[in-house]
Design a binder for this molecule. Structure first.
Ligand code: UGA
Length: 432
């Protein structure tokens, strides 16, 4: 099938590339000329394992191309995916101005039937609003369908998540649209949930909010564990082995970040209130998350007493491993709070340093983890990159004048770190 992807950010580029991999002919569009030039040169504007190779392969096979012009694809494609950003406004409401602009541009150029799919995460009823926007601007007599097909991929494992999904959700209002989706995704082996458009939109917001709730729940329990000297890892395991709860997303730490959870929970809270059904629980989920970074910072402050003039070696900056994404990374407020107390921060991350440098000033970024801890009074692990598991902690201890170790991701075993000579603190576990 011929597909147009409008918006070549994270979701758009992964979706387009994977659909090309499945054999479709895909054009990825973006209004950002620099981004399209970068892609045309065979470069990827962000880090995602396996994506570079897959883009190159599909460009070479002439299944994947890039353009800045929506008009160039509208009438050549059977399906158009809207994958533009829906950033939060200050009050949490999703800003749909990019979606609206794209819907109008599609409408102006549309001359024959097309299935227009919202892939961006949007509040419930956006599909209906997109349909009305297109209807108002499209040439008389031109038919189209609007559908919702939310994406559930995670950064760092995006290609796997797209090609081996747990489920495919489509919200449609016609049999024709459903048939197109079935043919589009026929190579994928996953249950397909076919719903009305509003339910599909709600599935995405509800799923992300539920996962975020699990994390905030674990973080809240971790504070109780700290208060009594219990172990959140054991508590989470004991809870999670009940299949009704499940083990995943119960990992306590410094809070969730990224471009999805903070934004989507806020947007779901906002739309629920607007609809007169305020989802109060989500306000607490956000509150727990926003205070978790400060909670961790206070652990550092209370243990080290006087922070002024001290050096902290930070390991990991990205909001999670296997990405260079710094959006809403909890490392940002933690480092800023340390700096405010007069701490010199040195930091290492395998991928995120250049993006971090745009946000966090006066940090000494280093090329290796060993340089980051050289001369430091404390180590702070803020992202659980697997390469940290293989570090030579004996060597690190020798490079440091101090012995404090703050593990914001519960990556290490307290007894082991004590053996390495550290005073080890983590989240919701007894210190050692
Ligand atoms: C999330 C969802 O997991 C995807 O299903 C969804 O498609 C995506 O949002 C989206 O809406 O586009 P992502 O933001 O890439 O994916 O990352 P996650 O792996 O879900 O992690 C989110 C944050 O939660 C990270 O900061 C991570 O460190 C944190 N987290 C995750 C925890 O603190 N504890 C956990 O147990 C799990």
């Amino acid at each position: 099938m011929k597909i147009g992807i409008i918006g070549s950010g994270y979701v758009g580029l992964v979706t387009g590339t994977c659909l090309a991999h499945l054999g479709h002919k895909v054009t990825c569009i973006d209004q950002d000329r620099r981004k399209i030039q970068t892609l045309k040169k065979g470069k990827i504007p962000f880090y995602e394992p396996g994506l570079f190779e897959m883009v190159r392969e599909n460009v070479a096979a002439k299944r994947l191309s890039f353009s800045t012009e929506i008009s160039s694809v509208v009438n050549r494609c059977e399906v158009l995916f809207i994958c533009v950003h829906t950033p939060p406004k200050p009050d949490g409401e999703a800003d749909l101005s990019f979606v609206e602009k794209v819907a109008r541009q599609i409408a102006i150029h549309l001359r024959k039937y097309c299935l227009i799919v919202e892939k961006s995460t949007v509040p419930v009823e956006t599909g209906e609003w997109v349909r009305r926007t297109i209807k108002r601007n499209v040439k008389k007599g031109v038919h189209f369908d609007v559908a919702s097909n939310p994406e559930f991929l995670r950064e760092g494992s995006a290609i796997h998540d797209f090609l081996q999904p747990d489920r495919i959700v489509i919200g449609v209002s016609s049999e024709r649209a459903e048939k197109i989706f079935r043919s589009l995704y026929s190579p994928l082996k996953a249950p397909m949930i076919v719903t009305d458009i509003k339910s599909a939109e709600l599935i995405k917001h509800a799923a992300n909010s539920f996962l975020a709730t699990k994390i905030s729940f674990a973080n809240a329990v971790s504070r109780v564990c700290d208060a009594v000297g219990a172990d959140i890892e054991k508590v989470a395991l004991g809870m999670g082995l009940d299949p009704r709860i499940g083990k995943q997303f119960l990992k306590a730490g410094i809070g969730f970040g990224g471009s999805c959870f903070p934004k989507d929970v806020g947007a779901f809270l906002h739309i629920s209130e607007k609809l007169g059904a305020r989802f109060e629980l989500l306000a607490d989920v956000l509150r727990i998350n926003e205070t978790q970074a400060r909670y961790f910072f206070e652990k550092i402050k209370n243990s080290m007493k006087n922070l002024r003039g001290k050096t902290v070696g930070v390991l990991g900056l990205a909001f999670k491993p296997d990405t260079d994404d710094m959006r809403s990374a909890p490392s940002i407020p933690i480092i800023q709070m340390l700096q405010k107390e007069g701490v010199r921060v040195k930091a290492y991350d395998p991928q995120a340093v250049s993006k971090a440098a745009e946000i966090l000033q006066n940090v000494d970024y280093t090329a290796t983890p060993y340089e980051a801890v050289h001369g430091a009074h404390a180590v702070a692990v803020l992202t659980e990159w697997s390469e940290f598991l293989n570090l030579d902690w004996g060597r690190i201890k020798k490079l440091m004048p101090g012995h404090f170790f703050f593990d914001g991701r519960n990556m290490f075993q307290p007894a082991e770190m004590k053996k390495n000579g550290f005073r080890y603190f983590s989240v919701g576990r007894p210190s050692a």
